[in-house]
Structure formats: structure tokens, C-alpha cells
Ligand binder design. Sequence first.
Ligand code: PLZ
Length: 439
Amino acid sequence: MAELPQSRHLATEIPGPKARQLAARQAAAVAPAVASAMPTYAVRSQDGIVEDVDGNRLIDLGSGIAVTSVGASAPAVVQAVQDQVEQLTHTCFMATPYEGYIAVAEKLAELVPIRGQLRSALFSTGAEAVENAVKIARAYTGRQAVAALDNAYHGRTTLTMSLTAKSMPYKHSFGPFAPEVYRIPGSYPLRDQLDGAEAAERSISALQTQVGAENLAALIVEPIQGEGGFIVPAEGYLQRLAAWCRENGVIFIADEIQTGFARTGSWFACQHESVEPDLVTTAKGIAGGLPLSAVTGRAEILDAVHAGGLGGTYGGNPVACAAALATIATMEDQDLCAKAADIELTALEQLRGAAQKDPRIGDVRGRGAMLAVELVDPDTGAPDAELTGAAAAAARRAGVITLTCGTYGNVIRFLPPLTISKELLTEGISIVLDSIAQN
Ligand code: PLZ
């Protein structure tokens, strides 16, 4: 396969003629509820570039929403997948087990930041991992309630949608929601002005008064909130919540689906503050683009579920497991945690420089290669979703894959593949910043 030049190139306007044809076919055949951010269609990708149907080369600042951290079609992943596809595509682990599943569980036991003997169960999507983490926590504790934070995102299935905070587009018209799900305030330093201890006090008070520790099976937390706006909680917040959970027999689930696997500059975002969860959910970056997810936790907790209680036809599919092993090996070989930390240094300097000149950039935040700017009205601090949408659209037309997020739709996020070159990273961010400046 020919190398894909690592440079942005506009062969046509975006969308070009072939993209327009595909858009017409999409409109005729695909449910409009499944909407796409980019106005063009991908054909191939390598490291920091995605090539579209019209031969445009786009700078990738999205990694397919934090999935292709090793680069889409990373060579080791491609090789492992090809070898595995020839050997064995599927048997179903519950029918006839195979080594790859076990090897992924062993690797998770090595990497997930929980002490002692660990066990894992594998699934296909992030939402499935979250659902199963809740099932495991309920079985272990014998309790039913589950709490999630304001601005949380945990998926789109009925239980995970119920844990997700934002109504539009995730929940609107899709109720009723799962019972025994409680929402409590979290930590959003820009907007609540609370330090970690104060925010934790507020969360814990809500748990105690509105749920009661003795009813609570689990508290689920994203160590950095993803879809909700790349919100980094105030220092000490997660530590205090985890400690309260431990004292009260509540399972602390860290949803590391977006933050995990080198994204934030360490294997898991919990590690930045030495937070030790009971269960960790992973997906996305774990398998370099193949669908795989996992729940990992202390053996005692996973062992509480009856034999046959967890599973699914495709969970831990052999091809996805082969991809995961190659992905993790690539992360280790190329020290992609260090690459994520380098990306943070380069990008933060650029983003902070822009924020100094433009007061509409109300916050610059994140860790590693999970960074964002929050756009506001400089006088009132009110979220500016309109500017966010216009700036993102302009950057996309200029050939940069640009993703937004946030409860108020006013956050532009940066999630480049960890293998992106410094030049492409800087160019991509400059284009986004210019798009903000010009709107
Ligand atoms: N938990 C923390 O970030 C997925 C959602 C994109 P699935 N985030 C991207 C969209 O609009 O659907 C996510 C996450 C966290 C759970 C999930 C769910 O993972 O693999 O999309 O099910």
C-alpha cells in the first residue's frame, strides 16, 4: 500500500463532486438521525491524514472520536488483523474459547491501575461495557441504585442513555429511561468555581441525601468528561469521591472509554491523580479501530457474578482481540503516552496564545491529546454555540476534521492520533483557531 503523504491537500472544494454524490445517496438510504460531522467521505487514512473520495487530504484532529490513537490502519494492527482473519474470524468465546481473549484480559490486568488480582470481561462497544459494569456492581453489592454526574456521557442504549446527562440529541423522545439512575452535581471548575474538596462535598451530600449510600451499587465517573465538554474536574475531586465510595461499599466505576489507552499521556486518566477505581470500562483506543470493549476490576467483584451471567455473541471477537494486542504493543513500542504528553505541550501553548488574544476563548483545558477550547460570550461567560458551530464548519471546509462537544455545544475538542506529526498538529490547530478568529 502506497504511503499517504502527511500533508493537507485540497484537490477540490469540500464537499467535492464525489462527496456530493455520496451525500445524495446517504440522504436517500441512511436514517437521517445518524448525522455526520464532516461534509465529506473517507477512503483511507494514515497517522495524521484522512484522504477523502475526491482526493482531499484532511488533517485528523478527531481520531474517529478518540479511537485511532495509534493511527487508523496502523501497520502492526493491519498485519495482526489480516493474520487473524485468515486463521479464525469467529467462534464465540462462550461456545469455543480462544487465546486472544485471554491475552487481552492478561494485558488489561497489567495496565489497569487497580492493585491485586484483576479479571476482565470483553464486549464490543463502550455502551455495552458500561451496561455490564453496572450489572456487575449490582450483583456484587446486592444494591440497585446507580449514580452519574451532571454533563456525563456513557452511551446510547437505554441504561447508558439514562446515565448520560444531555437531553438533545441523546435522550430527547426516547424515554422512558432506566429506573434507579440518579444524577448528581460534578466538578466543572470554569462554571462552578469550586475547588475539588468543595465539589466533592456537594456530590457526596447529594448521594447521601437523595440516594443513600446503602442503596447505591455504583457511582460512575469519567475522569475527564468527554462528550460533556472535556471537563477536567478540580484537583482532588476524584480522589475524594473514590474514598467516599470505598468507605461506603459503593463501587467506583471509572469510565475510561474516551480517556483510556495513552490518550491523556498515561495509560489511564485516573493515574494522573492516583485514583484507584473498583471497575474500569475501556473501549475506543484499545483496539485501533476494531470494535472491542472491556470491564476490568478486582477479582472479588467480577467473581460475584454467576457463571454464564455475562457474555454476548461477538464480545471479545478474535479479530478485535488481535487488533487490541497489536494496538497495545504499538503504544508500548512507540511510547505513545510520551507522544500524548508532547502533543499537550505543543497544543496547549498554541491554544493559550490564542486565548490571550481572543476573550471569546473562555477556557483552554484537557490533558495529553485530549484538549479543548470552550467558547463564550466574553461579557457574560454564556456559552457561544453559534460561534462554535460556525468555526467548526469553516475548519472542516478548510480540510481539518474538527469535532465539537459540550452540554452547551460550545466546545471544540482536539483528539489527534498520537502518531500525528508536530507540523500537521500545529497546522490543524492554527486552521481551527483562524476559523474561530474569523467568525
Ligand atoms: N463512555 C466516556 O465517550 C462514546 C459517542 C459518540 P460507544 N463517546 C462517543 C456518539 O455521539 O455516539 C462513549 C464515551 C464514554 C461511553 C461511550 C459509549 O461508547 O462505543 O459509542 O457505545
